[in-house]
Design a protein around this ligand. Sequence first.
Ligand SMILES: [Ca+2]
Ligand SMILES: [Ca+2]
Ligand SMILES: [Ca+2]
Length: 197
Amino acid sequence: MHSLYKRSSIMMFALTLSGTVASTAFAAPHSDRFPISLADAQAKAEARFAEADVDGSGSIDLAEFENAKLPHPGKRLHGKRQHGKKGQRGEHRRGGKHSKIRTAAKEEIFAILDSNSDGSISKEEHSSADMRATRKLAMKRAMFKHLDKDKNQLLSVGEMPNPANFLSVADEDNDGYVSQEEMRANRRAIHRARRDN
Ligand SMILES: [Ca+2]
Ligand SMILES: [Ca+2]
Ligand SMILES: [Ca+2]
């Protein structure tokens, strides 16, 4: 159960990052969005990777990642996917990996604001900063480091989140499509896993 939770939680974030399925299947489960084709999801993931890989090197470097169109990496992490009451409980339950990324993002914010790298943020550095852009950039840098498992400063296809992987887990009968019922069952499994964790 633990591995399912971890996998699901990272895939939820993957969906956020890629936006591939997030805007369709996960926003509101209307029946006309189902079944979701795994082949389509895979094709979209590949297209997104190719789009982000501007120099066509087969991997995504930090600059490419920073420039890639990712729908508000931090936003959904804090809100959207949260069920039940707002605030503490959700924050607490979320925990683990996401709070690690948030902590890392805070360190990145500091590093960005400290433009002369003297270890402190001067009034000038603070007042000249665009906090919105800074937060966004910091989140991407933290996310990049998190995803770069082999620490080679590049994101390979395997390191980039791919919603198709999550969907293939949900495809119980292995017919290549995720039905609404399969999605519901998968969500229940995720929910149980979180509760039991
Ligand atoms: Ca590249
Ligand atoms: Ca890597
Ligand atoms: Ca299926």
